[in-house]
Design a protein around this ligand. Sequence first.
Ligand SMILES: Cc1ncc(COP(=O)(O)O)c(C=O)c1O
Length: 502
Amino acid sequence: MVLTTATPAAEYVESSTFASRYVRDPLPRFKIPENSMPKDAAYQIINDELMLDGNPRLNLASFVTTWMEPECDKLMMDSINKNYVDMDEYPVTTELQNRCVNMIANLFNAPIESGEAAVGVGTVGSSEAIMLAGLAFKRKWQEKRKSQGKPYDKPNIVTGANVQVCWEKFARYFEVELKEVKLREGYYVMDPVKAVDMVDENTICVAAILGSTLTGEFENVKLLNELLTNKNNETGWDTPIHVDAASGGFIAPFVYPDLEWDFRLPLVKSINVSGHKYGLVYAGVGWVVWRSKEDLPDDLVFHINYLGSDQPTFTLNFSKGSSQIIAQYYQLIRLGFEGYKNIMENCIGNAKTLKEGIESTGRFEVVSKDVGVPLVAFALKDSSKYTVFQISDSLRKFGWIVPAYTMPADAQHIAVLRVVIREDFGRSLAERLISHIKEALKELDSQPSHIIMKDSHVGAVAEAAAEGNKGGEEAKSAERMIQEKVTKQWRNFVEIKRVGVC
Ligand SMILES: Cc1ncc(COP(=O)(O)O)c(C=O)c1O
């Protein structure tokens, strides 16, 4: 099944200018070509076509690393032909993975004795890590319910409505009901009080996010731990917590060491982090660590011996590359605590510069917080003439990829732009982006409004409010109605033309 179509599919791919020196016939798009072609022609054709991709360094939509040191690039290329799963063949690579697991578990304050091995595994990213952690919770909960002679067919998980799509995938693929705490205007993370209220005897865990995908904000895991402990004491349940630290796991330990969000809190049983986000490795690596052996049910771990000695595996995939694991180990030893701290503090400084520049336009309200993942999420104060989606489109002309999106329920009438600050987004780029945002605003200001109020009621209220003959509350509700109408219209548009928020 082809899940994406880049352009309306013609039957043949035009060969590029240079490649046409070698290739006379256009390439079929749907079938494997009848004949071979010279290797340099294949290279040229693909290279030419890829030129139309965006520039990863200017892709401000993504948290994923787009730059690494040439020494690490070399290590990655040198190990590109190693299948990670062949642990018997590549025992050193396995050892490097184990060292990474131990370092990360220690960074997250796992209660392990010195010299004792931590429990965890390298994954393709946080999504796989979350599937594994979720499975462990589901299995533990089922085992307990079975032993009590209670039904175990309706597991649920409590999260905020701001969770990344991988949690929805987990819920759907592994048949767990997702109970989402709704957001509200001005509050875009899971409210711990409401989350604990939603917990029942079928809740396999509460998932908190350290660094919401939408605004970068850290959820209050400490308060969640306190409230859930009380509820567990009252009910006799032992509902645990998972922390999705996909982005924040490589920020908080370095920048906010006193913030308690990790294994220092007793109910936190597992944590995931994306090595390819602020772990500073190219796409393809994540980590999940458990508090202790008891938190990972034995029967989820497979033991294979057909590649050599006995090898325990707990992953969704079998084969995968080794390069990303090796690169993660490189970054951990190359940068050390000091290096990560410097980089993360620098990112936070750059986010501040960008935030101030955006605020100085007077046109936006910044909805991201100072403490959190270094990103700036901002909404238009007045979107009656144009919207953040048009600003996003205008910025494309300068080469920037800045996603615009609406918030989840019940804040879906709020639409924001988001700029993720990665290591390779320096201060001069931040200044350049601010000046391009100003140019985009100027251009949009000078154009006639493209927002048409089809709904006559909204139109009438908007007109009345604009005339100034409706004061206070009515004007506010009119403004909100306009905002809701506009974002609904754009939401439909975005459904078709998705700009990846990942
Ligand atoms: C909070 C959160 N969890 C999970 C994920 C999924 O991570 P990955 O892309 O590493 O699979 C993301 C991705 O942005 C995220 O922001």
